[in-house]
Design a protein around this ligand. Structure first.
Ligand SMILES: *[C@@H]1O[C@H](CO)[C@@H](O)[C@H](O)[C@H]1NC(C)=O
Ligand SMILES: *[C@@H]1O[C@H](CO)[C@@H](O)[C@H](O)[C@H]1NC(C)=O
Ligand SMILES: *[C@@H]1O[C@H](CO)[C@@H](O)[C@H](O)[C@H]1NC(C)=O
Length: 477
């Protein structure tokens, strides 16, 4: 009996053992299953947030950005004037600079900021070779106008073709920072002249973005790229263009892409020299590409990788963007006080963003530019005193990131053509571009040029715009 009891005990014991065993295993399985469920749900959630397309936000198309919000649809003629008082002021500032002790750059350096030899060349050119009356005539060689849009005076150039024999199509050309209307001066005559093989020419509208050059800046916060897109659309409507083509480069791309997204029935075709569409998936793809560059970066993997080099480049060159998007008014005071300082800041950005190897050259790459052209561009900012209001756009882009990103996630049906310059700051491969632009009609991969493409390569730019719009027109037939 006792033995039996013992047996029972031992079976009970072993049962207990099994139970205990079970008990010590089940939390593990429980945790594992919970973990799997949590992981799957969050992966699904992640996938959904990555890929879902948000609704188009409701936006006020008449929001007023000025002091005087009364409606005025008149279109007034405008002339760019380099006033005697302004020129006298420049001369005085130059004289002070000439007498001051000059700071010399370190030997063989352009990566510490603008190289002093390069700046010396700009200074000499500006003092002795830059002829203000001739440059003023040059600027006014196209017709200029101003009109009030949403409470702000918007300046624009309007160039109509001479030829009456071929079809005329309107195109809006959007500049960026720190470029200006000057970016398109050389390209305009190439676009308004009929050319063999094409049965159309362009009617050109080149605005100064609000706050840039001769367009008024807003008096209140919030005029971000998508709000400028609305203003630019209203400008085209004011000029009687219900439908039109749009081109954008650098920040002009941020605006142009929003126009194509917000007004797909008005924008007949979109041409960009900064073909990017930032998003979380794109960033993820860029990281994936560091392991499989050929797969994600396709034919221009060498332009985006090695990742570490590209990141280092951004860290080194994007300090200005950080400053502009945090304290534009502070740096603005320094830049608005000195024409040469303003010139140094603007020219340094243009040299750095058009070719990263410029900083390895003794003159910072200045010799690859026409100095008069560079000073013209600086004069747009100086004569209008607009550098601060222009830089504020960066702050608005960051502050209004939410809506900017929502709009970037909404695909546009507008036919799109992308020109990818070799030294552009960032490259999205074609398949990523198609997420945003499912109707990507053509892509030109160009082996030169950078962020200010129309300024650098006006002929290539004009050729490409003709090619693009020709394809857009063929789609309609
Ligand atoms: C506001 O603008 C309108 C139209 O441009 C003009 O007639 C009016 O005089 C302006 N008012 C003020 C206070 O400037
Ligand atoms: C530079 O540009 C100016 C004005 O656009 C032009 O008159 C001049 O001939 C150009 N200089 C050179 C060396 O190309
Ligand atoms: C581009 O657009 C697509 C579709 O609207 C969107 O899902 C994506 O987030 C955007 N950005 C990039 C870089 O693809």
């Amino acid at each position: 009996m006792a033995k039996k009891k013992d047996d029972k005990k031992s079976t009970q014991k072993s049962e207990n053992n099994v139970k205990q065993h079970k008990a010590s295993f089940s939390p593990f399985f429980l945790f594992a299953s919970i973990a799997v469920v949590i992981f799957s749900v969050s992966a699904l959630q992640f996938y959904i947030t990555l890929t879902s397309v948000p609704d188009l936000p409701q936006l006020d198309l008449d929001k007023c950005w000025g002091v005087n919000c009364s409606v005025d649809e008149s279109i007034r003629k405008f002339r760019i004037v380099f006033s005697d008082a302004m020129l006298e002021n420049i001369r005085r500032k130059f004289e002070t600079y000439r007498r001051a002790t000059r700071m010399k750059s370190l030997e063989e350096s352009a990566s510490y900021g603008i190289n002093s030899d390069a700046l010396g060349q700009v200074f000499a050119h500006w003092q002795f070779k830059y002829k203000y009356p001739a440059r003023q005539r040059y600027f006014n060689h196209y017709e200029h106008f101003k009109t009030k849009i949403q409470g702000l005076d918007v300046h624009f150039m309007h160039v109509k073709p001479q030829s009456k024999t071929v079809k005329v199509v309107p195109v809006l050309l959007l500049h960026g920072f720190p470029s200006s209307i000057k970016e398109f001066y050389e390209a305009i005559p190439l676009l308004t002249e009929p050319r063999p093989g094409y049965d159309f020419v362009f009617e050109i509208i080149v605005p100064s973005l609000p706050g840039f050059g001769f367009s008024q800046g807003p008096v209140r916060q919030g005029l971000s790229a998508y709000q400028i897109a609305i203003m630019m659309r209203n400008l085209m409507q004011r000029l009687g263009h219900k439908q039109y083509y749009v081109h954008g480069g650098n920040i002009g791309h941020n605006i142009g892409t929003h126009m194509a997204t917000l007004f797909p029935r008005e924008v007949l075709g979109y041409h960009t020299t900064f073909p990017i569409n930032f998003s979380r998936v794109a960033d993820l793809m860029w990281l994936v590409g560091s392991v499989f560059p050929k797969w994600v970066g396709n034919e221009f993997a060498d332009r985006m990788y090695p990742l570490s080099e590209k990141m280092a480049y951004y860290l080194e060159e994007f300090g200005s963007l950080h400053l502009q998007s945090t304290k534009p008014d502070t740096i603005g005071i320094a830049l608005q006080d000195t024409p040469l300082g303003l010139g140094a800041y603007i020219i340094d950005r243009i040299l750095a963003f058009t070719d990263p190897t410029h900083k390895l050259k003794e003159d910072g790459g200045l010799s690859s530019y026409n100095t008069t052209d560079l000073i013209d561009n600086v004069m747009v900012y100086w004569s209008s005193g607009s550098i601060t209001t222009a830089m504020r756009l960066y702050k608005e882009l960051v502050k209004n990131r939410d809506i900017e990103e929502v709009l970037a996630q909404i695909p546009t049906p507008v036919p799109t053509w992308a020109l990818r310059p070799k030294h552009e700051l960032y490259h999205s491969p074609d398949f990523i571009l198609r997420w945003k632009y499912p109707n990507l009609v053509g892509v030109t991969n160009f082996d030169e040029g950078g962020h200010y493409f129309a300024l650098e390569k006006p002929t290539v730019f004009a050729d490409d715009l003709f090619k693009a719009v020709n394809s857009f027109l063929k789609l309609k037939k």
